[in-house]
Write a protein that binds this ligand. Structure first.
Ligand code: UDP
Length: 240
């Protein structure tokens, strides 16, 4: 079988990496889950797909709670961006342990651990079948890593952005609250707006819509799902 996508951008939330709750609260990282993701990513690169990754930071820090933390929004957002670099390094280590070549590029310069983000260089790495991890979001406060994912996907001319989540697609209502909710197999950007369905934050969503970048929302925790998606099987919801 040949993949239907040549180049993908996979967006994982920080929370997807999170461990179990213990007496000390939540572990920020579950290394078994990260290793599982690495295996799934390795498999699709071996199938010939070029993979770029954006990982959130929500398991470590989110900048939006100024009222609660007393930390100014922009300052907290930079902390959140640094959190994405920590997650990126964890996923990088897991991939390299599996023999996958990777490069971490950061939107905030930190020369000792990551290359600076250079679009043409990222594309070159992808052409050489290295997995490129984009860290530090967009490098700007007031944005999210969904927006970073959409932006980078467009910049590198990815065929699709894959949003790996805990739910297996977009539903008519929240399936965790409404048992009657049904899943869309395909939906247009316009329908999402008209039906007020939240796929990504508006900035990220609009970027995809205006640049005709399809989004697939799928359950990344189901083993083999990433491969099914790149092979063009009906998994999750396609927004186009
Ligand atoms: N962030 C930011 N600019 C960006 C990307 C991220 O300021 O371009 C900050 C923001 O504070 C955000 C945090 O980094 O809350 C972590 O990212 P996000 O919440 O998107 O992570 P996820 O929800 O995917 O784990």
């Amino acid at each position: 079988m040949t993949p239907v996508y040549k180049r993908i951008l996979l967006k994982l939330s920080g929370e997807a990496l999170m461990g179990e709750e213990s007496s000390n609260g939540y572990e920020p990282m579950n290394h078994a889950i990260i290793a599982q993701y690495a295996r799934e990513i390795k498999a699709v690169t071996e199938a010939g797909v070029e993979v770029a990754l954006v990982i959130g930071g929500g398991n470590i820090y989110r900048g939006m709670n100024e009222a609660e933390t007393g930390i100014e929004r922009a300052h907290g957002d930079y902390m959140g961006m640094l959190a994405t670099v920590i997650n990126g390094m964890a996923v990088q280590a897991a991939l390299e342990r599996d023999g996958v070549f990777t490069r971490l590029q950061s939107a905030i310069k930190m020369e000792q651990i990551a290359e600076p983000y250079i679009r043409r260089r990222a594309i070159r790495h992808l052409e050489k079948h290295r997995v490129v991890i984009f860290g530090a979001g967009t490098g700007n406060p007031y944005f999210t890593t969904d927006t970073a994912g959409s932006l980078r996907a467009i910049e590198i001319k990815a065929d699709v952005i894959l949003k790996g989540t805990r739910v297996d697609g977009i539903y008519t209502a929240d399936p965790e609250k409404d048992p009657g909710a049904t899943k869309f197999e395909t939906i247009t950007f316009r329908e999402c707006i008209n039906k007020n369905l939240k796929v990504m934050d508006m900035t990220a969503f609009t970027l995809c819509m205006e640049n005709n970048l399809p989004i697939i929302v799928f359950d990344m925790n189901k083993p083999g799902n990433l491969m099914r998606v790149v092979m063009g099987e009906q998994v999750g919801t396609l927004v186009k």
